[in-house]
Design a protein around this ligand. Sequence first.
Ligand code: AMP
Ligand code: GLY
Length: 417
Amino acid sequence: MKFLVIGSGGREHAIAWKIAQSESCDKVFVAPGNGGTALENKCENFKYNSFDDLIDLCKREKIDLTVVGPEAPLVDGVVDAFTNEGLSIIGPHKEAAVLEGSKIFAKDFMKKHGIKTAKYESFDDYNKAVEFIDTMEYPIVIKADGLAAGKGVVIAGDKDEAIETLKEFMLNERFNEAGKSVVVEEFLEGVEASIVTLFDGEKIIPFISCKDHKRAHEGDEGPNTGGMGVVSPNLHVNEEVMNDFINNIMEPTLTGLKNDKLTFKGFIFFGIMIKNGVSYLLEYNVRMGDPETQAIMSLMESDFASILKKCMDNSLEVEDISWKDKHCCAVVLASGGYPLKYKKGIDIQYNDNLQEESKVFFAGAEVEDSKLRTSGGRVACVTAIGNDSNEAYDKAYESIENVQFDGMFFRKDIGKI
Ligand code: AMP
Ligand code: GLY
């Protein structure tokens, strides 16, 4: 079989690497891919300008199945474009991608279907929003409605900060259209978990749980990022929490998707907050997470290509997905200054003399004449598995010694906080 993976991050490197391990896989195209996928066994990068370029590639190369990594092409309708051409693709159509593309749509969906979430109101009128926040207890959470590259959520500690945020989002249009409408919601204190699931249109199957580390610096300090590291499984997601999540969030989501005729084949990522053993849904993503995917792919025992194929054929069963009885630690190596300003084009020294069961997934890295250079904020994700979380941690951090570039920084407390 031939596959296409759309995206250029560490997530897509991990997806392509895992698919390539399948005996059924002859080739994986990655569009546009990165320096890591350029060097990966069975993989080939493909540059494109439009969905038509991708559709042409699929027809020319007789690609059997496409997997979409990031949210932007989903929200832009890549699945609709492929489906219209009769091509097989894993991901939600444009209408369902709004679950991630609009926070207001997602919160209204949660409320309508009785899915546990923080109390909220939504506004497209600045004055009404200001009036409302007067009545709130602080801190409160303000979210830009549309996609804002992970920067559209502010936890406001007091009224001044809340007003400043509303002004920035709604009047100064910091995120253009994306911030003109906002969700204002109750702040929930607890432990976060990422639960990625696979939806075949009929049932939703949860993958192994993860814990992301979103802030840039140790001790959960600094600005929010796309994610600086993940451990999996998330030790806070015990059987009781998982059952609570399944009964009060996942199952009502499934019923809601069916009732609202929003079914699709693709990933649903639930970002949850666990408070006193009870899960609250913070957000839906209609894709896998980054760096959650690097950990999930490292721990997956089963053949991922076959899982995706079965999902398309409606023959996927829970038993088809098995996990290594191990723990994973995945640490992101970032460019100095990320997530704000950072330099690109810096040489990366890398040797693959890694610890056993370790892997470096590249993201913001490009390759020329077999030499790797930085090309983004999150440059690589060093991933290791071990018999327990401490062993995974030690192996990941020892393996990091094989990657170096000027300005490189990473959090040393992944899984320790
Ligand atoms: P979201 O994009 O909605 O997941 O929000 C990004 C991050 O903001 C989450 O991962 C949480 O760390 C934080 N966050 C979002 N909503 C809340 C909330 N209601 N209470 C506390 N923290 C939140
Ligand atoms: N790591 C969080 C995300 O992918 O949204």
